[in-house]
Design a protein around this ligand. Structure first.
Ligand code: AMP
Length: 285
């Protein structure tokens, strides 16, 4: 059973107040729609852990650093609603832009340090937009738990910090990356890949696995590990590695010597499509 779509903040608050009043726990799954198996994993986990599951579908203009990316971002609301229905979601919140931003926001969440590297370095303003919209969604829904994917590990680390810095009473739950059988991380942007691009897109995952292999073998020089792994990318004019970094999994700062667990993260342009992925790597012993 699924209630219909809720489009306004007031209607969502009213709906959730009823659940809260009945002592039902609320789980929030923020998404930008074009739902796929990665989102499904988040929703299923929320379904298992919470009495009332809210999925938000909002392509947040504030977090897009490129106009063309925002314009061509896939929008599949009807199919998304079917997916939510099949997963027994209680409420879908799909606001219009002017409901979330009736006027350009005067206050946004500025993110220090945690956003200095990886995607934050290459997408100016992106995490400020993400942190701002997620803080708004947490304020609106006031869930006990909110679900985010390890796929966007830097984003999840930033959300954890927002919650800590602004004393938001919510548990942040991180859900492992869902992959295609060949290892490609599932993403809404994968629909943009041509058949040829899809075939080479998996090289990002292969490079990350190569880093993982070097670290498991006891290599400790991060720059050297990166260089050798990046050299495994196939020579293909359509591929451009935007970054490949090894960072501390907690503060997302680059490491030089690998002495404990590190997260290797990369962004790869495949033609006009930008893909990201990451893996947690552990040294031996
Ligand atoms: P998006 O709609 O791309 O903003 O993603 C919404 C949420 O789903 C974020 O918390 C993502 O990290 C998560 N997510 C996206 N893709 C995957 C995936 N392949 N596996 C797990 N979580 C994912």
């Amino acid at each position: 059973m699924t209630a219909g779509v809720v489009e306004t903040v007031a209607a969502l608050r009213e709906r959730l107040d009823r659940s809260r009043g009945a002592g039902i726990s609320i789980g929030l799954v923020p998404t930008m729609g074009a739902l796929h198996a990665g989102h499904t994993a988040l929703i299923e986990r929320a379904r298992r852990e919470c009495g009332c599951v809210v999925v938000t579908i909002f392509v947040n203009p504030l977090q897009f650093d490129r106009e063309d990316d925002l314009r061509r971002y896939p929008r599949t609301l009807e199919a998304d609603l079917d997916t939510c229905r099949s997963l027994d979601v209680d409420v879908v919140f799909a606001p219009r832009d002017d409901e979330m931003y009736p006027s350009p926001p005067a206050c946004t969440v500025r993110v220090d340090r945690l956003a200095d590297h990886l995607c934050g370095r290459h997408r100016p303003g992106h995490f400020e937009g993400v942190a701002t919209v997620v803080l708004k969604l947490l304020q609106i829904a006031q869930p006990q738990r909110a679900y985010f994917g390890e796929k966007d590990a830097q984003q999840t680390a930033i959300i954890r910090r927002v919650v800590r810095d602004f004393n938001v009473p919510v548990d942040i739950v991180e859900v492992p990356i869902v992959r295609e059988p060949d290892g490609l991380a599932i993403s809404s942007r994968n629909v943009h890949l041509s058949r040829g691009e899809r075939r080479v897109a998996v090289s990002l995952y292969r490079v990350l696995c190569e880093v993982q292999r070097h670290i498991a073998a006891g290599r400790t020089d991060a720059a050297e590990v990166r260089r050798q792994a990046a050299a495994c990318l196939p020579a293909d004019d359509g591929l451009r590695l935007e970054y490949l970094e090894l960072v501390d999994p907690g503060n997302m700062q680059p490491v030089e010597r690998i002495t404990g667990p590190v997260r290797v993260a990369g962004a790869l342009w495949v033609g006009a499509t930008r893909l990201i992925d990451n893996l947690l790597c552990k040294p031996p012993g």
